[in-house]
Design a protein around this ligand. Structure first.
Ligand SMILES: [Mn+2]
Length: 428
């Protein structure tokens, strides 16, 4: 290993494959967990689901009661549940749970997001469970009569990652509730807030609401089983398949295990990749260069809808013997806007390699001082806008030349870190 020593981190709390969830706040592990009976009534009266860890217990019940009061005061209303532009399973399943809870108070909720569902597992989750989320572009918003909504809710986000927030606020719709596990991002005027950064998944918070009796799950109701399955998926995916789960998350998963459909979850996880995603993975395999345990692959052009193929290709390349770090990148283009951006993902199993530092060191900053790595795509990702060079790809010789220049430049910058002494460019 000849990595620049500034990139080597002594801490071992770095974890791989957390691009979608880069902040993993440390929690207080000293608190003893014991079991306490719920004071809130449950509808089924069987005494199931009444136990959650003590540390979360009082807060979870207090928040459940507060939320119940909030919902009571908004009976018979219509609300919008706003998710981040690229919603993940944690957000989708939590929003659905809110919708089902609110239904009991005759509150009709619509779950909306502005971007796309890019990962095939998210698409499978929505299709297979019948999860009622809708895509509202900013154009859709213009055609909607927003005055028919009396409130909106933010779940698994605080509005900073949604294009819809401004329009909804401008329409004068009040914020009724924020339920999230990211650290506080903005001062928000809200009636109800439950923001718990030490909890690993918003699905855990919602499962605690269920356990407190805000909605009694019933295994004979198909919708409940599908929602519990979605929550289990959300909880697993935000905790790296429970590997980063804390006690509370395990308690929530244990509760959900009584209701979820394991076969359905399996079907969601087995979601087939599209042919185009498979093609990107194939290109990454064919183009990869392995040096000093780094595997680096450029995959050329791909469509906006397939951008998730890049982290999936990196996930795959890092599984090769003697490879601890994989970087995959390509030029993603949006067909409408002729907008092009180089998007890359890094995956590593090396505990001492901090992907954020690695990417910042490799690519530096743009003219306004913004790093190309981190930020929107998270710890293991980078985005380099192509600006003036965007578009005109109908000229295939030009498109090819453009790719070759970017490919060479990215490789130079990466190999400088991977192997500073060698000439980084290899002919293929
Ligand atoms: Mn989340």
């Amino acid at each position: 290993m000849q990595l620049n020593s500034s990139l080597i981190k002594q801490s071992d709390n770095f974890s791989v494959a957390t691009e979608s969830n880069p902040e993993e706040p440390e929690i207080d592990k000293d608190t003893e967990i014991s079991l306490i009976r719920s004071t809130l009534p449950t509808a089924n009266g069987e005494g199931v689901g009444l136990y959650i860890g003590q540390r979360s217990n009082s807060l979870a019940f207090q928040k459940s009661e507060e939320l119940q009061q909030t919902l009571l005061s908004h009976r018979h209303e219509r609300q919008l549940i706003i998710l981040q532009d690229f919603p993940d399973p944690d957000a989708l399943s939590s929003a659905w749970t809110y919708q089902l809870i609110a239904q009991q108070y005759d509150i009709k909720c619509e779950i909306i997001y502005a971007g796309t569902l890019s990962h095939q597992e998210n698409i499978a989750l929505v299709k297979l469970t019948g999860l009622p989320a809708q895509r509202w572009t900013t154009q859709t918003l213009k055609n909607k009569d927003l005055s028919s909504y009396q409130g909106f809710v933010l779940i698994d986000n605080q509005g900073t990652t949604s294009q819809l927030l401004t329009a909804v606020q401008q329409a004068g719709i009040p914020l009724v509730a924020v339920i999230d596990h990211h650290s506080i991002q903005a001062e928000l005027k809200t009636e109800f807030a439950d923001v718990r950064p030490y909890v690993r998944a918003t699905a855990t918070i919602f499962t605690q609401y269920l356990q407190s009796g805000l909605l009694a799950l019933d295994s004979s109701i198909s919708q409940h089983v599908r929602c519990a399955t979605a929550l289990m998926h959300g909880l697993r995916s935000d905790t790296n398949r429970l590997m980063q789960a804390q006690e509370e998350d395990f308690m929530a998963a244990a509760y959900l295990s009584r209701f979820y459909d394991a076969q359905l979850l399996n079907a969601i996880l087995q979601a087939n990749r599209s042919k185009r995603v498979m093609d990107v993975i194939e290109r990454s395999l064919k183009n990869r260069i392995v040096q000093n345990n780094f595997s680096i692959a450029g995959v050329g052009y791909l469509r906006y809808d397939d951008r998730d193929a890049i982290p999936q290709a990196a996930d795959f390349l890092v599984t090769e013997e003697n490879v601890h770090t994989a970087v995959v990148y390509g030029i993603v283009h949006d067909e409408d806007d002729e907008l092009e951006v180089v998007i890359g993902s890094l995956r590593t199993t090396k505990l001492t390699l901090d992907p954020d530092e690695f990417i910042k060191e490799a690519f530096g900053q743009d003219s306004s001082g913004r790093f190309f790595g981190g930020g929107r795509t998270g710890a293991g990702g980078f985005e380099i806008p192509m600006g003036f060079l965007s578009g005109s790809n109908e000229n295939s010789a030009y498109a090819k030349m453009k790719w070759e220049v970017f490919d060479a430049q990215i490789k130079q910058k990466l190999f400088k870190l991977v192997n500073p002494k060698d000439n980084p460019i290899q002919s293929e």
